[in-house]
Design a binder for this molecule. Structure first.
Ligand code: 13P
Length: 258
């Protein structure tokens, strides 16, 4: 089954509203030329209203980097799904390793948030990945499969086209130390096989799985050329619009939408 590639920018804790406006104004016309690729930008909450408004009539998907699964109430500092929808978000990152490692989000919370996003029709990009220590100890698959299984358990019978996974090995994030294309394919191919075992072929073949970790214009083509890699989730190289557009063009040329 042909899956539509996705190129996603994760700005992390970067950019003021003015910087976000300038970036989005430059991105929109150039993303419109990118055929056959979903382009998403995951921006800080403070920029989301503006980016959501600017992207409203475009093909660019405005997304948030986090949210909480309750709709409203006494949850100081949190942002809910209705709040995100209100400002034009169409997607959200769930369980980014920085949320897990720095802010203590566990698999149960990540799974619950994923279910809430799917129910609301907000596209969750669920991040999984192992540390260097876990990989060196031969524990990559135990960690990653556990993270994926917990999400599947919580989702129950909910569908598959409306969820994206991102395999982001923690040791490759922000380090310049990209996984080899073979390592990316190995992990992502195994995730797809797990989805097939647990949920059947239609689900497994429909779910997009991205790679993240030091993706840049110089290495995007070889990563995207892997059979099971459907796109990339990009931090540092997404902060400059020229570099992100090169990545989008690289995804469009990968032939995965053929
Ligand atoms: P870098 O592209 O900066 O390594 O970050 C990857 C990432 O964490 C994207 O979510």
């Amino acid at each position: 089954m042909a899956r539509r590639p996705m190129m996603a920018a994760n700005w992390k804790m970067n950019k003021t509203v003015t910087e976000a406006q300038n970036y989005t104004a430059a991105l929109l016309p150039r993303a419109a030329d990118a055929e056959g690729v979903d382009v998403a930008v995951f921006v800080p909450f403070t920029c989301l209203h503006e980016v959501g408004r600017m992207a409203e009539d475009s093909s660019v998907i405005a997304g948030a980097q986090n949210f909480y699964y309750e709709d409203s109430g006494a949850f100081t500092g949190e942002i809910s799904v209705p709040m995100l929808e209100d400002v034009g978000a169409r997607a959200v990152l769930v369980g980014h390793s920085e949320r897990r490692e720095v802010f203590g989000e566990n698999d149960a919370l990540v799974a619950r948030k994923t279910k809430r996003a799917v129910e609301a029709g907000l596209l969750p990009v669920v991040c999984v990945g192992e540390t260097k220590e876990e990989r060196d100890a031969g524990g990559m698959w135990e960690k990653v499969s556990g993270q994926v299984r917990r999400v599947l358990e919580e989702l129950g019978e909910l569908g598959g086209g409306d969820i994206v996974f991102a395999y982001e090995p923690i040791w490759a994030i922000g380090t310049g130390d990209t996984a080899t294309p073979e390592d990316a394919q190995d992990a992502i191919g195994r995730i797809r096989e797990l989805l097939r075992e647990e949920r059947g072929g239609d689900f497994a073949d429909g779910v997009r799985i991205l790679y993240g970790g030091s993706v840049k214009p110089a290495n995007v083509a070889e990563i995207m050329a892997q059979d099971d890699v459907d796109g990339a989730l990009v931090g540092g190289a997404s902060l400059e619009v020229d570099s992100f557009v090169q990545l989008v063009e690289g995804a469009g040329n990968s032939g995965e939408d053929a």
